[in-house]
Design a protein around this ligand. Structure first.
Ligand code: SAH
Ligand code: SF4
Ligand code: F3S
Length: 469
């Protein structure tokens, strides 16, 4: 294992790095010890885990994928729905068991659940064997918390902090594609959503800092970057310096990195300039995740989404007209409090109109502290489950239809690695974000190649490399 690169750390002066740097014993402190890192939730957490991993490695830990082998367990948690909570508390049970056999095991909990007061109280009262609770605003303090872990519960969580971190260190999951965080938090306060409470208000990074990071990634050989935020279209609105997402996207495209993606777009802030920039640059991928949430204007209003069914359809059509090959996926919630059959049918109506390439569908889950959780709900769970089932049938029909259009066609695929299920295959993604399982292709990992699609399934395509003559 490599020792922490202190020159790199010195160059990048963030306070946690200085802390690591100032204590000569720290780098050896956990040498030979192992860490187990489990990530729940969205891409934001996946990217935060790349930061957490870097700190663990700077402290000398090696990664293990076997919980029982670990000396420290870090759970990076998600709070978006109740079942996310249940999963984490279920997993904590396993950790507790392990700690009985291995009392020196350090258990750390971070991520969005740590930002919830009721969760922290539950940990205090029911899970005192946990060593560290750290929040989404102070991941940078994790090294200090680990070094100082005393075998008793230590909670360091800040609410609504306004920090924007620069020069963050990451141990990235891939050498081919990378996340680039463009903003923290979210200001939208959709009435069902906990994210503005767990991640704080929107804070955009300065455009030149983001572009610097993209240039670094390009120079390091990365082929693809994804600009990351809860609501990327609102990028820059908090900076008051005329920054906007369309400007950032255009400047990023000019750097010339081969593939640029972005998540997530909110229909509310989606401007015509953005659509024009997406259409203009070949290295901005024709793929947009455009959450609908509901097709009923009445429910959308109650959700605080600030667009109507018609606004959404107009935007959808505008995008499809300007970027004809654009793939569009969505998120949909069924069973928002008091959603009627007619409301639900409006959602099906939009799905029928948009024929999405794919959709993530959820049953509404009340989150403590959000406005929607106070609404008395008359719809029973069975009805909600039936609606979800019906919606999924429709969504899957259109995903398969969209994928079938690819059969027999040649598409550009960035080959990312060996297929987990079949080592004779590789996998990668099309420009439109379709997963392709490729026969062979090992020599092409990290490259964008032409692939002929031989078969289409609901959630993936099969293909073979088109050999250049
Ligand atoms: N910022 C992104 C979404 C982040 S959460 C956006 O606005 O699009 C991802 C998805 O989880 C949301 O789009 C929504 O569909 C779903 N979700 C959020 N809160 C939920 C809740 N309380 N119950 C069920 N689904 C929820
Ligand atoms: Fe949640 Fe709405 Fe913000 Fe998305 S835009 S994170 S759904 S509050
Ligand atoms: Fe979950 Fe937090 Fe993301 S609540 S969905 S991990 S922002």
């Amino acid at each position: 294992m490599n020792l922490p690169d202190l020159n790199e750390a010195r160059k990048r002066t963030d306070k946690e790095v200085l802390y690591l740097e100032n204590d000569n014993n720290i780098k050896n402190m956990f040498d030979g010890k192992k860490y187990f890192l489990k990530t729940y939730g969205c891409q934001m957490n996946v990217h935060d885990s790349e930061e957490i991993r870097k700190y663990l490695e700077l402290l000398g830990f090696n990664e293990t994928e076997v919980l029982e082998e670990s000396d420290i367990v870090v759970l990076n948690t998600c709070a978006i729905r109740e079942n996310a909570h249940d999963k984490v508390f279920g997993y904590l049970g396993r950790c507790k068991h392990l700690k009985k056999e291995k009392p020196e095991l350090i258990i750390a909990i971070g991520g969005c659940m740590s930002q919830e007061e009721n969760v922290v109280n539950e940990i205090k009262s029911k899970h005192p064997y946990v060593d560290i609770v750290f929040g989404t605003h102070n991941i940078n303090e994790l090294p200090k918390l680990i070094v100082n872990a005393k075998g008793s519960l230590d909670i360091e969580v800040y609410s609504n902090e306004g920090n924007v971190f620069e020069n963050v260190l990451y141990s990235r999951d891939s050498k081919i594609k990378a996340w680039v965080n463009i903003m923290y938090g979210c200001d939208k306060f959709c009435t069902y959503c906990i994210v503005p409470y767990t991640r704080g208000k929107q804070r955009s990074r300065k455009i030149d800092k983001i572009l610097e990071e993209v240039v670094e990634l390009k120079n390091a050989g990365y082929k693809e970057i994804t600009l990351l935020g809860q609501n990327v279209n609102a990028y820059g609105k908090d900076l008051n310096d005329n920054s906007s997402f369309s400007k950032l996207l255009e400047e990023t495209a000019k750097i010339g990195i081969e593939r640029i993606r972005f998540v997530t777009s909110h229909p509310w802030d989606f401007t015509d300039e953005m659509i024009e920039v997406i259409a203009k640059y070949d290295n901005i991928m024709p793929y947009i995740h455009l959450p609908l949430q509901s097709g009923s204007s009445k429910i959308l209003k109650l959700m605080g989404r600030r667009y109507t069914k018609q606004d959404y359809l107009d935007l959808y059509n505008k995008i499809k007209n300007k970027v004809p090959n654009c793939a569009i996926t969505t998120d949909i919630i069924v069973g928002f409090p008091n959603e009627t059959e007619e409301d639900f049918n409006e959602t099906l109506d939009v799905v029928n109109a948009c024929k999405y390439d794919g959709a993530y569908t959820f049953i509404y889950s009340p989150r403590e502290g959000t406005p929607a959780s106070k609404i008395k709900d008359s719809v029973d769970l069975k009805t909600k489950e039936e609606r979800l089932y019906k919606l999924n049938e429709l969504v899957n029909k259109y995903s398969l239809e969209a994928n079938k259009n690819y059969e027999g066609k040649n598409v550009k695929v960035l080959v990312e690695g060996i297929n987990e299920k079949d080592s004779n295959k590789t996998f990668g993604y099309t420009e439109t974000m379709k997963l392709v399982n490729i026969s062979g292709g090992k020599d092409y990992i990290g490259q964008i190649v032409d692939v002929k699609i031989t078969d289409a399934k609901s959630f993936s395509l099969d293909g073979e490399i088109v050999e250049l003559r």
